[in-house]
Design a protein around this ligand. Structure first.
Ligand SMILES: [Zn+2]
Length: 310
């Protein structure tokens, strides 16, 4: 690894504007483990120099990249009464990074196909661009078909599949075709190896379980809508019958400075706004949760946010 790439790995581990998922992606890219990636960098008054710093290293390393226009980002700052209050904290930039001209050209091809609504071809190109296993890409394409979804999943088993593959292969960026996918297993091990070698401190922090207890509130419920399917614009649910639920929980107090949003899969039905004690075990990008008995229900729980035009 050359000096510039070492600087990038350093930057990935230290930058305040990157969360763990984006640190992971940048480290895998900078070490040459991944041929292309997309990284989001958040800029606020405390880390204003990081954008310039990041781009300086990209240019010095002769890394082809594209940067988006600035967009506002917000965070939850309080839960008061029945309002979840959001505040705009700063701006973020999206970076598409490429190992070389070949991956940059694949990206341009991908974008052209998207513009022409040729989703299947675009997905295959993005699989090559980001080094996703072919079996998973083909499975992903099939899952953009309403009949395939309804034949192979129920509402609950769809989310169960997502939770299972995330836990089986926490380092990969694609949706694996199954928990038994050999190509994904190989990729996940390759990524773990690179992290242990080039960013051991980050690896230790990322792979260790963090346990905490806090109250959580049921804020919303996931629903797979038909517009996930290519060429369907309807927002009707794919699975009208729900025999289980994926709820989105929010911690009622900040944990290490942030209100966490966590998904929770259950066969039970819980009313929106219900507050429950939770034992949370967080690892990689997921959390296993045990809920206690409901404490109360916040009626008309809603989000209060100020939108700005990006
Ligand atoms: Zn696969």
């Amino acid at each position: 690894m050359d000096r510039q790439r070492k600087y990038l790995v350093d930057f990935a581990q230290r930058a305040e504007g990157l969360d763990d998922y984006n640190r992971l992606k940048l480290i895998l890219f900078a070490t040459g483990t991944k041929p292309a990636t997309y990284v989001q960098l958040k800029i606020n008054p405390r880390n204003i120099e990081e954008k310039q710093h990041f781009e300086k290293h990209l240019k010095a390393g002769r890394i082809p990249f594209l940067v988006s226009r600035p967009k506002a980002y917000e965070e939850i700052i309080a839960i008061k009464g029945n309002a979840i209050k959001w505040k705009i904290m700063g701006t973020w930039y999206g970076y598409d990074l490429f190992a070389g001209d070949k991956s940059f050209r694949l990206f341009q091809k991908y974008q052209n196909l998207i513009k022409k609504q040729k989703h299947t071809q675009a997905d295959r190109i993005s699989g090559r661009l980001y080094d996703y296993p072919q079996c998973c890409v083909e499975h992903y394409i099939k899952e953009h078909n309403l009949a395939f979804l309804r034949k192979n999943y129920t509402h609950f088993s769809y989310y169960q599949h997502l939770h299972a593959v995330e836990r089986a292969f926490p380092l990969v960026m694609h949706t694996p075709c199954s928990t038994k996918c050999k190509a994904t297993r190989k990729l996940n091990s390759k990524y773990a190896k690179a992290l242990k070698k080039y960013a051991p401190k980050f690896w230790k922090q990322l792979s260790s379980a963090k346990k905490f207890r806090t109250d959580v509130v049921i804020s919303s419920e996931s629903e797979l809508l038909q517009d996930v399917v290519y060429n369907i614009t309807s927002t009707a649910p794919v699975f009208p019958v729900k025999e289980g639920h994926e709820y989105n929980l929010i911690t009622t107090k900040p944990i290490e400075g942030h209100y966490y949003m966590i998904s929770y899969l259950t066969k039970k039905s819980i009313e929106k706004g219900t507050v429950l004690p939770a034992a949370i075990k967080k690892k990689f990008d997921y959390a296993d949760i045990k809920l206690g008995k409901p404490k109360k229900v916040i009626r008309d729980l809603h989000h209060e946010r100020k939108f700005v035009i990006p």
